[in-house]
Design a protein around this ligand. Structure first.
Ligand code: AMP
Ligand code: MG
Length: 271
């Protein structure tokens, strides 16, 4: 089945976002099973080859931003989608509550430092978007401060993209019921209990506020050079399929080439 995942799931620049209209159960007609599994394996193999080319060409970096509510599957996406890529050439940076040093700088300071170098794929597990999400929901800074950040983020991302950093942003969209189910699994399964935190349960009460903050971030900051994708993520297999397809579609569109050899291989002499 030829699905253009990027086109189907992108937030068009300037488009208003109402998350209630994006179904977290959607699978774009795909079904769980052998065929889909084979397709994912093919897509991951393609990703491995494209990363090799990105690394060899050394001209562009790829920055992947992962956002989503607690239990949306950020860690799982990294584990499954990046499983096949060469660790040399890939960085993963989780962003937590800012340290005192980070908090003493502008909100983009720690982000800019973690941007991947040319040739690399960098994955952000949470990102500068927390500064218009958790910060907004909990009034950690006044409204006139966070409300200016959308523009600052767009300018920052534009600067990166003009300097050969390709940016992809994924919002992993789950329903409130699915989040509850996943929290219950974490409680029931001893090997998952370590993942539960009190804050997960406290944050659940702010679901509507988070959705409103996400809607604004997705609408205001989906641009030509740094698009947001809304990934229906209730079904983990579809989430992995969609994310891996969008990454490979993007890398293919970059028309990368292997650099010319620095030596004339015919002239090489054995000693
Ligand atoms: P986790 O990703 O589950 O390990 O949790 C990281 C926590 O850090 C989450 O509760 C985030 O909301 C929080 N966090 C990340 N960035 C920021 C930020 N800029 N300001 C405040 N809290 C943040
Ligand atoms: Mg968590």
């Amino acid at each position: 089945m030829a699905t253009n995942f990027s086109k189907e799931l992108v937030v068009k620049p300037g488009e208003k976002v109402r998350l209630a209209k994006w179904d977290p159960e959607d699978t774009l007609g795909w079904e769980k099973g052998h065929k889909t599994k084979v397709d994912l394996e093919k897509s991951l193999a393609k990703l491995d080859k494209l990363q090799y080319l990105l690394y060899a060409e050394h001209k562009h970096a790829l920055l992947i931003v992962l956002q989503g509510i607690d239990a949306a599957g950020k860690d799982g996406t990294i584990r499954h989608v990046m499983a096949g890529v060469n660790p040399q050439g890939c960085t993963v940076t989780p962003f937590k509550t800012p340290t005192p040093e980070e908090a003493a700088h502008d909100f983009l300071w720690r982000i800019h430092k973690a941007v991947p170098e040319h040739g690399d794929i960098g994955i952000f597990n949470r990102s500068h978007y927390e500064d218009v999400l958790v910060v907004r929901v909990h009034n950690l800074v006044p409204k006139d401060v966070w409300s200016r950040r959308y523009k600052q983020i767009n300018e920052f991302e534009k600067t990166l993209s003009e300097n050969n950093v390709k940016i992809l942003k994924f919002f992993l969209h789950i329903s409130q019921d699915e989040q509850r189910k996943r929290f219950e699994e974490r409680i029931d399964e001893p090997q998952r209990r370590w993942k539960i935190s009190q804050s997960d349960f406290d944050e659940r009460k702010f679901w509507d506020e988070y959705m409103a903050a996400y809607e604004d971030a997705l609408a205001k900051c989906s641009t030509e050079q740094a698009p947001w994708y809304i990934i229906p993520a209730n079904k983990k297999w579809f989430r992995n399929l969609a994310v891996s397809h969008i990454i490979t579609e993007t890398l293919e569109d970059m028309h990368m080439k292997f650099p010319a050899p620095t030596v004339d291989v015919k002239q090489l002499k054995w000693k």
